[in-house]
Design a protein around this ligand. Sequence first.
Ligand SMILES: [Zn+2]
Length: 134
Amino acid sequence: MSIKFVGGAPVLPKHRLSCHCGALVFEVDLPDGIVNPRHCDCSICRRKGAVVASVPLSGIRLLQGQEHLRQYQFNTGVARHYFCGVCGIYTHHQRRSFPDQYGYNVGCLEGINPFLLGDVPVSDGVNHPADRRS
Ligand SMILES: [Zn+2]
């Protein structure tokens, strides 16, 4: 699923993504729009409740706010969750299931209302593939 307009607002090929207070500003490459938006029900995402979508690691660039960028790791320490040290808003994370991708907070895309996406599927983060023992 690839979305180029959300409630009439265009998703730009290079879209700005920012935290709430504006300390962190990123540029995100979205040539195909918002790809595969979802909720995740893992222990951290269920608390955040954010709609996330994915980009390659090279697809997010920090334009300003390096000194306010904070990182949180837990459990296996593979995934890196980034947030603003001033306002606390989650902006993006390095994915554990696909470490060559970032998940980003669709609600941080400037001018995009994630609640206009309609039904967003829930991905099964509780039963993470990396936790399965076969
Ligand atoms: Zn902030």
